[in-house]
Design a protein around this ligand. Structure first.
Ligand code: ZN
Ligand code: ZN
Length: 301
């Protein structure tokens, strides 16, 4: 009997091992819970929202004391003071490094679809923050949600558009208001662009110009648009999308991404302290809050 039972357990265990990855895809630790998301709790806990002061327009971390000249709500980074971007406000959940970067790569380059769930919840948090920050207009009007598209060939290759997958997951989260309606086919990508990685701002703009087209202008004409993407690097891609959407009649563009490239890493605490930026989570609170945070992120996993 016990032999039979243990062989049944063995079969079940190997079945589970076949159906579900046994190790965390980020750190390699064996997973204890069965989850469609092959990432452990510790790795999810380590992914934290951007802390400290950010530019009220583009979301870049504010490091220069000049950036603090205006009030907290109005503060702009040097770049946004010099030239206004074609969008009203861009928000991001976390810094594009460490675990968050790996999680996004797991989805994009290893096609692990369940890896869209946690970024979806992070995007939902970023959108909720955007809604509370722009309470006067954003919370009142229905928003057309437009994911940054991939070129058809790349989409076929990957099997999905990660931005669309992430935003679909985000829209299922209760914190996101019912005023958001997904319009996935509004933007099209008519030209494949060379990878933006390694290009500086100016060549990036040249590379992306003319790449996007508004396929269904009637869906956004006269409306406020929430443009969503996985990563905000220099803002070239979302700025080009915002430009064509504005030209097609969108009244206002907001941007929300899961991650953002930041000027300085959060761990560079000395630099941040020198400029008066508040530190990360208080010690002692980190673990409990982190666990709650990870539960929220993993809930739908
Ligand atoms: Zn892990
Ligand atoms: Zn800025």
């Amino acid at each position: 009997m016990s032999v039979l039972l243990s062989s049944v357990n063995g079969v079940a265990a190997s079945l589970i091992a076949t159906l579900f990855p046994s190790d965390c895809r980020l750190c390699g630790t064996p997973l204890t819970n069965i989850s469609r998301l092959p990432v452990c709790q510790a790795c999810l806990i380590a992914i934290r929202p951007i802390a400290g002061g950010t530019c009220s327009v583009c979301g870049e971390r504010r490091l220069s004391p000049h950036d603090f000249a205006a009030g907290q709500d109005e503060a702009r980074c040097g770049l946004c003071q010099r030239l206004a971007p074609p969008f009203s406000k861009a928000v991001a959940y976390g810094s594009y490094d460490g675990g968050l970067r790996e999680l996004i790569h797991l989805l994009k380059y290893e096609q692990v679809r369940p890896a869209a769930t946690a970024p979806g919840r992070m995007l939902a948090e970023a959108i909720a923050g955007l809604e509370s920050a722009s309470a006067s207009s954003l919370a009142q009007t229905p928003l057309a949600v437009v994911p940054v598209p991939l070129h058809a060939r790349k989409r076929r290759q990957r099997g999905f558009n990660q931005s669309e997958l992430i935003v679909r997951s985000a829209l299922k989260v209760s914190r996101v208001s019912g005023r958001l309606a997904l319009h996935a086919g509004v933007l099209g990508r008519r030209r494949e662009t060379q990878s933006q990685t390694g290009l500086t701002r100016h060549p990036r703009r040249e590379n992306i110009r003319g790449a996007f087209v508004v396929a269904r202008p009637e869906q956004i004409a006269g409306r406020e648009v929430l443009l969503v993407d996985d990563v905000f690097t220099t803002g070239t891609t979302v700025s080009e999308c915002a430009r064509v959407l504005r030209r097609a009649g969108a009244s206002k563009i907001y941007v929300a991404t899961v991650a953002r490239t930041l000027k300085a890493d959060a761990k560079d605490a000395t630099l941040l302290r020198n400029f008066g930026v508040a530190g990360q989570t208080e010690p002692g609170k980190t673990e409990r809050e982190g666990t709650e945070h990870a539960k929220t992120l993993a809930a739908a996993g």
